[in-house]
Design a protein around this ligand. Structure first.
Ligand SMILES: [Zn+2]
Length: 413
């Protein structure tokens, strides 16, 4: 291996001390002093790798290795250094630190580049502080929405204030935006955050794309009544209907064994929520994801039919609202092939898998071709201090990333 795995491990260990909670946990809120501390540390390593660094007006940390031709669109890599409030040491961090190690290795091996290379630690990927994520990556692409700066965190601090405190000038966002065509491609290494690689006993996977979630809210309305006196055949029990739909969703998404489709009912509010009253109204959410949009649409149709049937059977009225409907975004074929080529040369057998969670790559996919490398997550655990990826796996992934960059730069020649 060309990359330095002990240096990589030392960087992870040093980074894990910033915002450390408990033995293995991390809490680094977006735009906070802790994130600033993480930026300072990462920036010091970027500088060691020969990069110049800056923090833009969205609160992104950007390291740049200047190529000999500054007019060429940049090769961008990155992820994020903010964490969940009760998060682990690897989510996001891996994408930034492994990219720094790859560029450091380039320098050590005197790999010159015509194209500039940038590593970005995107601001507020996680989204919990202001209830909206992918802030920095949307920012640089001019995709912020109205009212975003007015959003407040639990302490009443607005996004605008947090950015100002971080040293950003919110009146000069446009100076931090990237023009169309200025990013050649984007690479993100990330921990899988799911169990597929761990179950398959493979250290690394190639991502096919980021699945698009469909978020629905379903409201079922029946009739309240005394749990002791209303005979079963006369009931209009909204919770019974909701339960049938929960089971039906599970059956619909698992009808073809092995498919990556996932469907989840994660919240349910029951009214009036009394042990001796038949539920009059139930509101629940549906999260449906698939890398294949046609199949997801088909399953949505099946689900809507089922809701209609269940409502009729239980004499309920219903209302479905759509909260989010994002399309799947596919990784570029040429980048998948290039990553695979490096893996094969290293004797790695790498499965392809989709990403259920979002990443900054989802935003970047609208601006350029993108590729993603997944690192095995122990037991699939993430957004939890127990999140773990071994340093051996991270080193392998970094080597693949390094060789992929070299492959892209050689492709340029
Ligand atoms: Zn992440």
């Amino acid at each position: 291996m060309k990359i330095n795995s002990s240096r990589l491990q030392a960087h992870f260990e040093a980074m894990s001390l910033i915002g450390k909670i408990g033995e293995t946990g991390t809490c680094r809120p977006a735009h906070s002093l802790l994130e600033k501390g993480a930026f300072d540390l990462a920036a010091s390593w970027m500088k060691e790798a020969g990069m110049t660094t800056r923090i833009d007006n969205f609160g992104n940390l950007i390291g740049k290795l200047k190529g000999s031709n500054d007019f060429l669109p940049v090769l961008m890599m990155g992820s994020h250094l903010d964490s969940q409030p009760y998060g682990g040491r690897f989510d996001g961090v891996a994408g930034v630190l492994c990219a720094i190690e790859a560029v450091t290795t380039m320098q050590e091996n005197s790999q010159a580049t015509e194209r500039s290379i940038e590593i970005v630690s995107f601001a507020d990927e996680e989204g919990w502080r202001f209830n909206k994520g992918l802030f920095g990556s949307r920012g640089i692409l001019g995709k912020l929405e109205n009212g975003e700066l007015a959003r407040v965190d639990k302490d009443g601090i607005s996004r605008e204030q947090a950015l100002k405190d971080f040293g950003c000038d919110v009146t000069r966002f446009s100076e931090s935006e990237y023009k169309a065509g200025s990013i050649y491609c984007y690479l993100e290494l990330h921990i899988e955050q799911g169990p597929i690689l761990d179950i398959a006993n493979r250290p690394i996977g190639i991502v096919t794309g980021i699945s698009g979630p469909l978020w629905l809210t379903v409201r079922l309305t029946g009739m309240a009544g005394h749990a002791g006196s209303v005979p079963m055949q006369h009931r209009r029990d909204a919770l019974l209907g909701a339960s049938e739909i929960v089971v039906a969703l599970n059956e619909i998404v698992t009808q073809i064994p092995g498919n990556p489709t996932v469907g989840t009912v994660g919240t349910m509010n029951v009214f009036p929520a009394s042990r001796n009253i038949i539920a009059e109204e139930v509101v629940f959410t549906i999260d449906l994801r698939d890398i294949d949009l046609a199949r997801r649409n088909n399953y949505e149709e099946q689900l809507r039919k089922k809701i209609e049937q269940v409502a009729q059977k239980n004499q309920l009225s219903y209302h479905i609202s759509e909260d989010t409907n994002s399309e799947p975004r596919y990784c570029a074929q040429w980048l998948k092939e290039l990553i695979k080529k490096q893996c094969m040369a290293m004797g790695l057998n790498v499965p392809e898998l989709m990403s259920g969670p979002f990443h900054d790559a989802l935003t970047l996919s609208y601006a350029c071709d993108y590729g993603m490398i997944f690192i095995r997550s122990k037991d699939g655990i993430s957004h939890n201090p127990l999140e773990y990826s071994s340093y051996a796996d991270l080193a392998l992934g970094t080597e693949v990333l390094y060789r992929t960059i070299i492959g892209i730069l050689h492709k340029d020649l």
